[in-house]
Write a protein that binds this ligand. Structure first.
Ligand code: HEM
Length: 484
């Protein structure tokens, strides 16, 4: 039988899958119609839970090359050899909408990169905005509830969003980015993104530095305004996904450069903000952007569900030479990604080909739903002699980083909050058209909120920059959309 012929999932030939098996041509249908039962049962299970955030996505395969070896900062093997190409898979996404959300609407967008390195997988997950709404991960479920639909009406509500933000002063900086035109786009090819959280790089001598990551699109940065984003949401809701797909299908490539900012551990206290607070950016004049890697995307996924929907990224997936700083949000992100992936995709989600490392996997973890890569042999325990002690502990690469931790257990916010300076600086950095758009984008949304919420929010914007706050206040008044 050739591969062109129809079969069941068991490989049995099917002569007819368009007519169910009935008693006479008018029925009833027989329970013994296994072909019908299998086809319908598989259909019933086609949809899996969507990601709890970043549900709408598009993906691409490619590779990257490091510009020069990074030995002095990190022993990570994949960041050493400029002659080597390392495969990557990338998923672009929008954060708060559902799986069918329009691509162009105002949103935080994600860029998740899986590097298939010689030391196992490394996942670098970034957003198109360099800062985040909150600085403590325990707040994340509340934040996402406020951003997503109202549980009663199942509709988006600007009132709920601004209610939450007005009581979360640390979000002020993020809002100056989210309501700028940077957060409305029609193409992922012209979008920058940022690691947001602070990681560490460790070299072979055990010396570590703090790192912030940034991706720059080689084709330059482009975005659209609010009116165009609303128009495109209606006329071409998949515009960014289509743009990426069509570009790669046409045989063209899409390229990005990875840059890092490096901070010495001793310099952590030298700023008027806490460098491990993810509501802050690091000043580029003091901590310049260093180009590290060129990433080239050159191939569409073979199948959307298998590779994009089932891809699983996780900030905890790091390789030797990279580690976590004390950035609280990063620490809080170490657990939930694989936790949700076990629920969303199943226990053995790392055996799905798109998630599987290209290096051997060897441990005594076993079984669970849909296991397809059984351990070999009978010694599924360590230590053992019957299996010659295999799997053995892997050798340390280089001198391990020495970390000393001491302190009282507390539930306390950080002292150096500085919630407003960078929000004000961001407003001043924009040109006058960009400032106008930022103000009108905020007013368009904030005018839907109740008056006490608007007033609370105005206090934050005033504290960031008086002119900024006053312009929003005047525009809100002129819209006469205050409701009580
Ligand atoms: C406490 C803070 C955070 C928590 C608890 C959290 C949790 C999650 C969870 C549960 C997912 C779904 C994963 C999946 O279903 O595969 C996710 C996806 C994602 N998160 Fe976060 N997140 C947090 C902060 C951030 C930050 C600061 C960024 C910015 C870099 C970020 C970027 C992303 C991206 C880009 C995705 C989509 C990954 C993909 O394409 O599959 N998250 N997050």
């Amino acid at each position: 039988m050739t591969k062109d012929y129809l079969t069941t999932n068991q490989g049995i030939p099917i002569p007819d899958d368009q007519n169910s098996l009935t008693v006479g041509e008018r029925g009833p249908i027989l329970l013994q119609d296994a072909v019908f039962l299998e086809k319908i049962a598989q259909f019933d299970r086609e949809i899996i839970p969507e990601r709890v955030v970043h549900a709408k996505g598009a993906g691409a395969h490619g590779y990257f090359k490091v510009y020069k070896n990074m030995t002095s900062y990190t022993k990570a093997k994949f960041l050493q050899n400029p002659l080597k190409q390392t495969p990557v898979f990338v998923r672009f996404s929008t954060d708060a909408g559902s799986r069918t959300a329009p691509d162009s609407v105002r949103a935080v967008r994600g860029v998740a990169v899986k590097f298939y390195t010689e030391d196992g997988n490394y996942d670098l997950i970034s957003n198109n905005i360099p800062v985040f709404f909150i600085r403590d991960p325990i707040k994340l479920p509340d934040l996402i509830h406020a951003l997503k639909v109202d549980p009663v009406s199942n509709m988006h509500s600007d009132s709920r969003l601004w209610d939450y933000m007005s009581l979360t002063p640390e979000s002020t900086h993020m809002l100056t980015w989210l309501f700028s035109d940077l957060a409305t786009i029609k193409s992922y090819r012209y979008m920058e993104s940022h690691g947001v959280n602070t990681y560490k790089w460790i070299n072979a001598m055990g010396k570590s530095v703090l790192i912030k990551y940034h991706w720059n699109p080689c084709a330059g940065i482009q975005f659209i305004d609010s009116a165009e984003s609303t128009r495109l949401a209606g006329t071409n809701p998949d515009i960014a996904s289509k743009d990426l797909y069509d570009t790669l299908e046409d045989g063209k490539t899409v390229e990005y450069e990875l840059l890092v900012q490096i901070m010495e551990l001793d310099d952590e206290d030298k700023f008027d903000f806490d460098p491990l607070d993810d509501t802050k950016t690091w000043p580029e004049d003091m901590l310049p952007l260093i180009p590290v890697v060129k990433m080239v995307l050159n191939k569409n996924p073979d199948n959307f569900f298998a590779q994009v929907e089932q891809s699983a990224f996780n900030p905890a997936t790091i390789v030797p030479g990279i580690s976590f700083s004390n950035d609280k949000v990063l620490q809080g992100r170490v657990f939930p990604y694989s936790d949700t992936q076990r629920y969303r995709l199943g226990t053995n989600f790392l055996e799905i080909p798109i998630n599987r490392p290209k290096t051997p996997v060897n441990n005594n973890n076993q079984d669970g739903n849909m296991q397809i890569m059984p351990n070999h042999g009978s010694t599924n325990y360590s230590p053992n002699t019957l299996g010659c002690g295999i799997p053995k502990p892997a050798p340390e690469s280089g001198i391990p980083e020495k970390i000393y931790v001491e302190g009282y257990e507390v539930r306390k916010p950080i002292s150096k909050k500085n919630d407003y300076s960078q929000a004000g600086e961001r407003y001043c950095f924009l040109n006058s058209v960009q400032q106008d758009h930022l103000v009108s984008n905020i007013v368009e949304s904030l005018s839907q909120a109740m008056k006490p919420i608007q007033e609370r929010m105005l206090i934050h914007f005033m504290k960031a920059n008086t002119e900024f706050g006053e312009r929003i206040a005047v525009a809100l008044k002129n819209k006469l959309l205050y409701s009580t």
